[in-house]
Ligand binder design. Sequence first.
Ligand SMILES: C[S@@+](CC[C@H](N)C(=O)[O-])C[C@H]1O[C@@H](n2cnc3c(N)ncnc32)[C@H](O)[C@@H]1O
Length: 325
Amino acid sequence: MERDVSDKVLSDVHVFTPHETLPDTDESVNTVTRFNFSLPPDVKRELSPGISSEKNTSNPDDDGELLFDEDGDVVVTRKPVTENKLVITIEHMMETKLDDVGLQVWQGCLLLCDFVLHLHTKFKASRVVDLGAGVGLTSIVAGLFAESVLVTDVGEMILRTSESNIALNKPLLGEDCSFLVKELNWLKFCGPKDSYSDARSSRFQMTEDDHTLLDGVSLILAAEVIYDPDLTDAFFSTVKQLMSRPPAKTLYMTLEKRLVFTLADLDVVSPAYEHFQEKMEELLALSLDGVTFHCCQVPCDFPQYFTYDRHKHLELWQITSSLSD
Ligand SMILES: C[S@@+](CC[C@H](N)C(=O)[O-])C[C@H]1O[C@@H](n2cnc3c(N)ncnc32)[C@H](O)[C@@H]1O
């Protein structure tokens, strides 16, 4: 995350990816980016027939223009750019305060999207939860394959934005995956069926059925959620509780190791990353009522489908839980 003088942060994704300002909007989510990506060769036939069989009639090098309806809303069509290239359209904000970083898209999100595409057979017909989903890009990519995606984050604005991005890309997604956007606040997560949502009066509050859905997921995604020590503690506590209940679950998370020079250390350090490593070690050492955790870093040598700088400080980690009867 790049800090500027007004204490706002701006994701590299938005610095280097072309984007447009939405016309005539007084909403704070006022920018739109079209994320072009290619599909792995074996994926085309996996997606719904409307996507895979439709022939492109335009110039294959043309990424297409942003289309608006008569109300000025962005319109997404089902048409692929070429036979193996798709576009996901995401509305988001440019630079934000740290509290609102979920309204931007981060590089680790694109790395996780690549990994989902790479591992698409594992995601096929699976039940997935996305923790700290932000504006919903990883959830949307997972939804190309999964049976259901529970899209979670904290705060009405982020939840509303991810909900509307999912609706915007519905023509691309088809009807095969069900999406549910709900508030899951790691700082208040106390286990199954406890009330931990601030969204008490809204449609984003977790219901008992949503808790059942959450318990039943087999795959957990989390992109770029390591940047603040208190949030990292709360995130790991949430993961520990979620993964201690059957079915056995696998979590894939991405992060960017951000280096800072501190006067205290007189050196370049990465406090958020060091804290992450400590939490990983704690999790590995745990044995809770027959539950053990396994963690490993996944090599990022799989193909790149999205356009971004996959540099050495972008990391992908896997955590699995084993539950003895
Ligand atoms: C850096 S953003 C990453 C967003 C998105 N996953 C991406 O990579 O583009 C971190 C995300 O964690 C979410 N978050 C922060 N505190 C949280 C909490 N207490 N509970 C749940 N999510 C939280 C933020 O709202 C934000 O969406």
